[in-house]
Design a protein around this ligand. Structure first.
Ligand SMILES: NC(=O)c1ccc[n+]([C@@H]2O[C@H](COP(=O)([O-])OP(=O)(O)OC[C@H]3O[C@@H](n4cnc5c(N)ncnc54)[C@H](OP(=O)(O)O)[C@@H]3O)[C@@H](O)[C@H]2O)c1
Length: 416
């Protein structure tokens, strides 16, 4: 055998991965890597293998850093994950993370460090689980001027709303989610909308190039929703989802999370259970929707492994230096309104009069008598949220109003 031939046949060095965190996702990642290492080596030439693991009770970060070609952070939270990622990037190492808290609160610091040191920072699993939306925004749509991103980016709340749509109360649906392991014992991050807000901050940065901190995202959760809202909405042809939105509005950017009714022709209307989905709208592409499992150890690990392969094959760089679109808070939406009122003449006229004074015009009304009382359910045309709130506060002052009026946004677009 010639020396050249012998050299060509020599096995390539393994690609060494330092793994921080061996919990739900970390353990699933280690298992998946073991299963897939041969296949990755076959098309990539190098076999990925874990060279060190850090948890609270085992491993040494400095030793892992000295050994590894790539660091995978699956600890979660802010510290020490932030410090480990910054240290690794400053030493010239590529990194992968699934950490939405960290990216939504310290994204610019991490992106800037990645750019400065010419390393890759991949984070597909931080948003929408296994749905490859980060890569699509960073690579496939990087030259497309995006108008709007809508997302169902929290599987726990989507499961709860799906159960409520089948007749469960909020409390029953939450208990079912906890029994099946879809909701934590303390579900507040999910049901308050904060988890979805973190993911929308990350998506907004990718889609619009503007830094968005978690604190910039206005969010509302699902705790206050009633099964009756879903029942009435069904009559109006609407389904209810917790929707994250990032969109251009009047020269600025609006990023928000709230429950919203969708007409059945909207691509997110049929996304049920724990699935996640993201819709990207742009004049050039009209609309594309990606959907898939939103969480779970093995599913998330699969997105992390995709990032590892992306680094091995030289995938995308960190997001470019930021642009600055002003963040807009008061945006126009259509609303679903629900009033419990005394069943007597003049009530409907009094309410529509107050709404009209604030420029709120009504698209459809459902009215039900219930003995002494009645329910009025309306869908409005788009109106600024501030005007709508003023109108609702004034309606609430009428003595014939029996309980606090409820207002839920309606997304009007349909792509059919
Ligand atoms: N679970 C999901 O379905 C899912 C989905 C999408 C994204 N994610 C993200 O994936 C990441 C990991 O989530 P997970 O559910 O796998 O979390 P987890 O089950 O709580 O595991 C966390 C791991 O990190 C280790 N750890 C915690 N603090 C540490 C510290 N100070 N130093 C060293 N190691 C430490 C823990 O060590 P011990 O083993 O010693 O406790 C554990 O091994 C998070 O960023 C999460 O947001 C998770």
């Amino acid at each position: 055998m010639s020396p050249e031939h012998a050299r060509a046949k020599a096995p390539a060095e393994p690609f060494r991965i330092g793994l921080l965190g061996l919990g739900t996702v970390g353990a699933a990642f280690a298992e998946l890597l073991e299963e897939r290492a041969g296949e990755i080596e076959r098309f990539n030439g190098r076999r990925p293998q874990i060279c060190g693991v850090l948890t609270r009770t085992r491993g040494d970060f400095e030793e892992i850093l000295a050994e590894a070609d790539l660091l995978v952070e699956l600890i979660g939270g802010i510290e020490p994950a932030r410090e480990y990622l910054l240290t690794a990037m400053r030493s010239g190492m590529d990194v992968v993370s699934a950490n939405k808290q960290l990216l939504s609160q310290h994204g610019e610091e991490l992106f800037e460090t990645a750019r400065e040191h010419g390393v890759r920072l991949r984070f597909e699993a931080a948003v929408a689980g296994v749905v490859p939306v980060v890569r699509v925004l960073e690579e496939s749509l990087s030259a497309t001027p995006i108008e709007r991103v809508h997302g169902i980016v929290n599987g726990t709340t989507n499961f709860i709303l799906t159960e409520m749509d089948h007749g469960s109360s909020y409390a029953e649906a939450l208990a079912a989610a906890q029994r099946r392991g879809f909701a934590e014992a303390d579900p507040s991050d999910d049901v308050s909308g904060r988890d979805a807000a973190a993911k929308m901050a990350i998506l907004a940065r990718l889609a619009f190039g503007t830094p968005v901190h978690l604190n910039d995202v206005r969010y509302e959760g699902i705790e206050h929703l009633h099964v009756t809202d879903l029942e009435y909405a069904r009559e109006l042809g609407l389904g209810l989802k917790l929707i994250g939105t990032a969109e251009r509005r009047g020269g600025g950017l609006s990023v928000r999370v709230h429950p919203a009714f969708l007409y059945s022709g909207h691509p997110l209307a049929s996304v049920s259970g724990t699935f996640n989905a993201v819709t990207v709208e742009s004049e050039a592409i009209t609309e594309i929707t990606m959907s898939g499992p939103g969480a779970g150890g093995r599913q998330t690990a699969s997105a992390v492994l995709g990032d590892v392969v992306s680094v091995m094959t030289g995938g995308a760089q960190a997001p470019a230096a930021p642009l600055a679109l002003p963040l807009i808070e008061d945006v126009a939406s259509a609303f679903y309104l629900h009033f419990d009122v005394a069943d007597r003449p003049g009530v409907l006229a009094a309410i529509t009069g107050v709404l009209g004074d604030q420029g709120v015009s009504i698209k459809s009304v459902v009215q039900r008598g219930m003995g002494e009382n009645a329910r009025l359910v309306m869908v409005t045309h788009p109106v600024l949220e501030s005007s709508l709130r003023t109108a609702i506060d004034r309606v609430a002052e009428f003595e014939f109003v029996r309980s606090a009026p409820r207002a839920i946004r309606v997304i009007e677009e349909e792509f059919i």
